[in-house]
Design a protein around this ligand. Structure first.
Ligand code: HEC
Ligand code: HEC
Length: 295
């Protein structure tokens, strides 16, 4: 073989391996229909609240606003993305989904067909949810009343295609640190809620120009469109006691006596104010762990 042919062969093999690495579907251990046990449904209902799913997926019309029929347009610098209908309607929702489809979507950001979701769906944060938690949420979603409502297609710039997210996902994987071990059950639970289920970092962690969170500045605040999102890292919360934070999660009231505004209102209303006392305490303990406990 000539030198050129050897180079070409090596190039082709490397390219094929790269493509496989980028596009390989995730291996998923569970399969089959989603459980309809009342225990799973009940657990799932709580997790859907704690996961903030309602803020994005709540219906936007008078007929659908009590349901998770979707339709909210999330405006980002990469386009407008509409939160889908996640009620079990077969034609316009997730009525035909199996257990593996929920794991694939929430933990891997992949569609049932293997295609890629856009990261306006916070699947990066959800990637470390336990399978049990995802399957319980699935059980709850499948127990809901189906609502027929077709949400609009996402509006993205011409250059942006779903397959490009394959590369984005790998870059995001490489920059995601492994979770710290705190050796304290309450703080570990708080970290799980803050980083994963409650996805606080989706808004509060700054991103690079590709929109990938900069984990070296986790919770250091960000700008989302023209909204300023305050930092909630150790330094920013130096003056907050665990008790201050607990009250904030329940009422949106800050230690300086001001009520929080903007998108955080939604988070308080639909998510943190409805957490169990234990989970609110866990979040408060996690965020104020550098400060003197109590208060
Ligand atoms: C920040 C807003 C946001 C939050 C919070 C959110 N989602 Fe979504 N979700 C989206 C968007 C946007 C998409 C569609 C992304 C796309 O078009 O690629 C989506 C897609 C989905 C899909 C795929 C539906 C389909 O028809 O393909 C499921 C299932 C889903 N979300 C469930 C959930 C659950 C469960 C939660 C809570 C644990 C949740 N989402 C939280 C915005 C959100
Ligand atoms: C959808 C985006 C979004 C998510 C998700 C989010 N936040 Fe916020 N948060 C905001 C915005 C925006 C503000 C600033 C609101 C304002 O202008 O008053 C804020 C403010 C705050 C503040 C007040 C900071 C200060 O010093 O005034 C705290 C504390 C806070 N968030 C904690 C959290 C926690 C904990 C979570 C996860 C459970 C969370 N946030 C998830 C958008 C978000």
């Amino acid at each position: 073989m000539s030198k050129k042919a050897v180079t070409l062969t090596i190039f082709s093999i490397v390219s094929a391996i790269m493509l496989l690495w980028l596009f390989l579907p995730p291996t998923i251990a569970v399969s089959g229909v989603v459980s309809d046990s009342s225990e799973a449904v009940e657990r799932g209902e709580y997790l859907v609240i704690a996961g903030g799913c309602i803020s994005c997926h709540r219906g936007q019309t008078e007929q659908t606003n009590e349901s998770l029929a979707g339709g909210l347009g999330l405006e980002t610098e990469f386009g407008t993305f509409y939160a889908p209908n996640i009620t079990p309607d077969s034609a316009t929702g997730i009525g035909s989904w199996k257990a593996e489809d929920f794991i694939r979507a929430l933990k891997h950001g992949r569609q049932p067909s293997g295609g890629f979701y856009f990261p306006s769906f916070p699947y990066r944060a959800y990637s470390k949810l336990s399978e049990e938690d995802v399957l319980s949420m699935a059980a709850y979603l499948m127990s809901l009343e189906p609502v027929t409502y077709r949400v609009p297609e996402s509006e993205t710039p011409l250059w942006l295609a779903r397959w490009m997210i394959a590369g984005w996902n790998k870059l995001a994987d490489l920059s995601m640190p492994s979770d710290e071990v705190y050796g304290d059950e309450l703080i570990e639970r708080g970290a799980y809620l803050a980083r994963h289920l409650g996805h606080c970092g989706e808004c509060h962690t700054p991103r690079n120009r590709l929109g990938i969170p900069d984990y070296s500045r986790e919770f250091a605040g960000a700008e989302l469109g023209d909204e300023i999102i305050e930092p909630i890292d150790g330094e920013a919360l130096e003056e907050w006691t665990t008790n201050n934070f607990d009250i904030f999660l329940l009422l949106g009231l800050k230690p300086d006596g001001e009520f929080v505004g903007g998108d955080m209102n939604e988070v308080i209303e639909h998510n943190t104010s409805k957490l169990t006392d234990e989970d609110r305490d866990a979040l408060a303990a996690f965020f104020t762990r550098h400060n003197s406990a109590g208060g």
